[in-house]
Design a protein. Structure first.
Length: 58
């Protein structure tokens, strides 16, 4: 499993989420509340999110 990372668009604030990709999909957690756990998304769900995000910011 890969390490947790923030988006390069996050800047220097802690008001963002972290993600870690893995073979089955990805996990996402709040940087300000890491102790609350994470949400897990399937590969299809994660790919749909990434594609939608990329297209909406162009």
């Amino acid at each position: 499993m890969s390490d947790w990372h923030k988006s390069s668009y996050s800047g220097g604030t802690n008001e963002c989420v972290e993600a870690r990709e893995h073979q089955a999909g990805a996990d996402v957690r709040d940087t300000q509340n890491r102790e609350l756990g994470h949400l897990t998304f399937t590969r299809a769900e994660w790919n749909a999110f990434v594609e939608t995000t990329l297209h909406s910011h162009r």
